[in-house]
Design a protein around this ligand. Structure first.
Ligand SMILES: Nc1nc2c(ncn2[C@@H]2O[C@H](COP(=O)(O)OP(=O)(O)OP(=O)(O)O)[C@@H](O)[C@H]2O)c(=O)[nH]1
Ligand SMILES: [Mg+2]
Length: 432
């Protein structure tokens, strides 16, 4: 029971005490309780103002231009809640000490003053040294692409396992970068009182982070063991599994919802989906199929991030057939497709049966949903081959408009028929 005197603490404390006391037919007279002045306080955090910086090495390979890469970084930054005030680019090699050259560093310093930027975001993963040097030179918060992606992940993770995975990746990312945060102590001229505590603090911090990493790994292990029992059971059930894979924002969740009548978050932002979900759907013959939706891919996905999501991606590896969803309306569709195929190859899945699902056809065709088959769609609008994609085994759909989904299901079924093994593909399912 709060005492009248206790009500003069911090505002949050006051609110709790007030609510508590009014609920009771209190000994404390309600007149003794100070009314809380009404204030309208916005709970929306102010967006951070960001400056984006990217470097294009002279011998850059591939078809991603600096502008494409920056557009994507811009999108990521906005998804993380930032407001982009300026972009800085440089065509040269990466500078080992500061990522960009001296002149560019000075240009960024001036831009920070001009735009009142809170944060400078670099398009590649910075080394701990680069990060420290840049923080010193710019006098502001410096983050890189990996930290930005992890930030978006931490906003979108919903399950316990997803949250643990993100936290693990963040701690692993932090560990080699801890030293820099204390180096200022050593540079204060050295001498008594600067060497020891600085070192000790770094060691203490590192130990705390390592302990936390161990702790998370243990917890993750427990969660995964439970999941692998479930996955084993699912595998033994002989119901085939199809996994949606693809570049982030390609429309995987929209397609997942359209096929399974689920309500998974599908939004126009990067990495809306982080946690894998599975639903049962019916194939045209009536046989059941387990459809899985999962995390999207992106270019320059650092090994730290891939490692953190290894287990989630292993779910993809369980699939009998992969549905590679492509946003055909995107100007970089072929490049995005290549990024996805490279990651799948790194996961040893290059030979896994797959169907290319050319999505968002409504944005590139005037097709009337009542007319034309998938073939008609392909012939009448975008030819995947001209976009550098393999047109074999592909189907043209619009997940949003539910165009051609029957065709897709038929293709999945015929793909599954070609697979050896105990899959229940034909005939109506018993139950479910
Ligand atoms: N016009 C159109 N928009 C679509 C279609 N499919 C998806 N979208 C939109 O594309 C955006 C991304 O869709 P999602 O389903 O969230 O994409 P995702 O691949 O799951 O994305 P992540 O989970 O972030 O990797 C959303 O705004 C959808 O409404 C489509 O067929 N046509
Ligand atoms: Mg999604």
């Amino acid at each position: 029971m709060p005492q009248a005197g206790e009500l003069d603490h911090a505002p949050a404390q006051r609110l709790v005490s007030f609510r508590h006391s009014t609920k009771q037919s209190c000994n404390l007279s309600c007149r003794e309780v100070e009314p809380i002045p009404k204030r309208t306080v916005s709970t929306e955090p102010e967006p951070e103002v960001a400056i984006l910086v990217a470097v294009e090495p002279r011998n850059a390979r591939g078809n991603w231009s600096l502008e494409d890469t920056l557009n994507e970084l811009d999108y990521l930054a906005r998804t993380a809640g930032a407001e982009v005030a300026a972009r800085v680019t440089q065509r040269s090699e990466h500078f080992t000490q500061t990522y960009v050259g001296k002149g560019k560093v000075q240009e960024i310093v001036e831009l920070i003053a001009e735009t009142q930027a809170d944060v400078v975001i670099f398009d590649d993963e910075l080394t701990p040294t680069q990060q420290r040097n840049l923080e010193n030179a710019l006098g502001t918060k410096v983050i890189d692409r990996t930290a930005l992606i992890l930030d978006v992940f931490s906003r979108h993770a919903q399950t316990y396992e997803g949250k643990l995975q993100v936290e693990l990746a963040q701690h692993k990312y932090l560990l080699p970068r801890l030293a820099g945060q204390w180096s200022h102590l050593e540079r204060l001229g050295g001498g008594i009182g600067t060497r020891g505590p600085g070192e000790t603090q770094i060691e203490t911090d590192r130990r705390l982070v390592r302990n936390r990493i161990q702790h998370i790994e243990r917890d993750l292990d427990k969660v995964r063991r439970r999941r692998s029992i479930y996955m084993g059971r699912r595998k033994r059930s002989t119901i085939p599994i199809a996994s949606l894979v693809g570049y982030t924002n390609a429309g995987k969740s929209t397609l997942f919802n359209a096929l399974s009548n689920a309500k998974v978050t599908a939004e126009d932002q990067l990495f809306s989906t982080l946690d894998p979900v599975t639903r049962r759907v019916r194939l045209p013959s009536g046989a059941p199929l387990l459809l899985a939706d999962t995390v999207g891919f992106i270019q320059k996905l650092s090994p730290t991030v891939v490692a953190a999501f290894r287990a989630t991606l292993e779910e993809v590896a369980e699939a009998d057939v992969l549905l590679h969803v492509i946003d055909v309306s995107h100007p970089k569709a072929p490049e995005q497709t290549e990024v996805v195929e490279t990651i799948l190859k790194d996961m040893g899945l290059e030979d896994r049966p797959r169907i290319l699902v050319a999505n968002k056809m409504d944005l590139v065709t005037s097709h009337d949903k009542n007319g034309g088959s998938g073939k008609g769609l392909a012939e009448g609008s975008v030819d995947l081959r001209t976009r550098g994609l393999d047109a074999r085994n592909s189907v043209f759909v619009s997940a949003a408009k539910r165009w051609n989904l029957d065709e897709l299901l038929k293709m999945i079924e015929s793909e599954l028929m070609n697979i050896d093994g105990p899959l229940t593909v034909i005939g109506p399912a018993s139950g479910g």
